[in-house]
Design a protein around this ligand. Structure first.
Ligand code: SF4
Ligand code: SF4
Length: 472
């Protein structure tokens, strides 16, 4: 029944295979010999299968777990250096006809404030985001063919790309909208989107159907097969994720890896990103009513094991997580974080009035972008506003083959420094600017290729003199 090459959801995410995987992990959690051999394989940096990953996730030998954490940290350093890519979500509309029981936008919630941004409001929001320093957005909208048809999403993307305020520009728009048709994915591709993101929420079909009792999202197969349709529509970069807390985390972990294996087997390219959101409190949602919540230690182990299993895939953590938790998982594998996020519809240009409350979930990390950038640099990271790959056409398998050959490093590091420099020149506070200048001076020296080093230094000098948008 289990077949990663199948295009049927229940065959590439086989429930029986996941159950056997969980049993295999549980049975081998003390098997030092097997764990050693899996760690040795992981050191080759070519990834691991879902079964191998499950053994590492379940492993409860403290010394082996230390090795797992160290290896995750090393792989993170090898593939991503000390760079962290920054982005912000932009909620366009919270109209939704689905009945997801964990989300306050569910159709039966009659007291939440429903909003949909007009193109003029989007313009204001984008200017506010540009004025913070953001270059990369993830747009979000509920599923509602009347209020949020694909034409509205396409028009909004066009508006976002068209706004150039002072030195600002949104250079990459990632899209997080409901599963749709190949034709609509093709339209999104033509509109120039970056990554198409869709969270599975849970890979367990029975739970999925219970948690999505009404609306088109109830259809497990249509939702689970969405990434195949997106790729058929020409979208190269897709981002998957599961909402941790709905089902057993071990089940979702295996499901995520099987989904990645499926995309690789069918399309020759795995997911561009994996997100690991955990359920948060929101309007009429109490996370305590879901009994599969995971603590911070388990969350860290999960991130570390994903990092080891899919070394080429970016990993995202949002402002759902606290500063402390984000700090911990940054070391273990996270490569992208959001900063200064608003999870309400609008709210960047002007704070949302208290009585409105259109937010999807409570934010745990409420710091400004400048504070987040400053914090990252103090931790030794380079906050990056880079969007070069998508704009240079390095997407899908082109991106992955460069990444697997270790070549992407020659672009990411100088691009991170140049985009950070733009940020420092245009938006940073005095203190952030001071720390950033020191960091750039230090990091420039570490670029091994002399030609790239000279070019990057020259570009940075040009940025000081008012020029923008250099990239490798
Ligand atoms: S999770 Fe998405 S589809 Fe479900 S109710 Fe919320 S906005 Fe709608
Ligand atoms: S060069 Fe490409 S992979 Fe590297 S940070 Fe920029 S967009 Fe991402």
């Amino acid at each position: 029944m289990y077949n990663p090459k199948s295009l049927k959801a229940e065959e590439f995410i086989s429930h029986e295979e996941i159950l056997e995987t969980l049993e295999y992990g549980e049975k081998n959690k003390h098997n030092a010999e097997l764990i050693d051999s899996i760690i040795a394989k992981a050191k080759l940096r070519k990834g691991l299968s879902h079964r191998e990953g499950a053994v590492l996730l379940d492993c409860d030998i403290p010394e082996k777990n230390e090795e797992i954490y160290k290896l995750a940290e090393q792989i993170k350093k090898d593939f991503y250096g000390n760079r962290i890519v920054m982005f912000a979500p932009l909620y366009l509309s919270n109209y939704c006809i689905n009945g997801c029981v964990y989300c306050p936008y569910h159709a039966k919630n009659k007291h939440i404030c429903r909003k949909k941004l007009t193109q003029e409001e989007i313009e204001k929001e984008v200017i506010a985001l540009q004025d913070m320093g953001h270059k990369r957005l993830a747009i979000e909208a509920g599923e509602d063919p009347v209020n949020n048809p694909i034409e509205y999403i396409l028009e909004s993307i066009k508006t976002i790309y068209s706004i150039k305020h002072k030195n600002g520009a949104i250079r990459r728009v990632n899209v997080n909208i409901a599963a749709t048709t190949v034709e609509n994915y093709r339209k999104l591709k033509e509109a120039g989107i970056g990554t198409y993101i869709l969270f599975q929420e849970t890979y367990n079909k029975e739970s999925y159907e219970r948690l999505h009792p009404t609306g088109p999202k109830h259809n497990y197969a249509y939702h689970t097969e969405a990434m195949d349709r997106a790729m058929e529509g020409g979208i190269d970069d897709v981002g998957i994720g599961a909402l941790f807390g709905l089902e057993l985390y071990r089940y979702e972990f295996a499901g995520l890896l099987m989904h990645a294996e499926h995309l690789e087997a069918v399309h020759g390219v795995g997911p561009h990103t994996i997100s690991v959101p955990r359920i948060r409190r929101a309007d009429d949602i109490n996370p305590d009513t879901f009994n599969n919540g995971i603590d911070d230690d388990t969350f860290a182990k999960l991130v570390a094991c994903l990092r080891i299993c899919v070394p080429y895939t970016g990993m995202i953590v949002s402002t759902r997580e606290s500063r402390k938790c984000r700090e911990r998982v940054l070391h273990l594998g996270i490569s992208q974080i959001s900063g200064a996020s608003k999870t309400s519809v609008g709210g960047y240009a002007e704070p949302e009035p208290e009585e409105d409350n259109s937010a999807q979930f409570d934010v745990s990390d409420n710091r400004t972008l400048d504070e987040v950038v400053n914090w990252l640099m103090r931790l030794g990271y380079i906050p990056s506003f880079c969007t070069a790959c998508y704009r240079e056409g390095r997407t899908g398998d082109r991106f992955m083959s460069l990444c697997k050959a270790g070549q992407i490093q020659n672009c990411c590091h100088p691009n991170a420094l140049m985009t950070l420099k733009e940020y420092l020149e245009d938006y940073a506070s005095e203190d952030t600017k001071r720390i950033g200048e020191e960091l750039i001076a230090r990091e420039l020296k570490t670029i091994p290729n002399e030609i790239v080093r000279k070019k990057a230094t020259e570009y940075i000098d040009n940025i000081i003199h008012g020029k923008r948008d250099f990239r490798f």
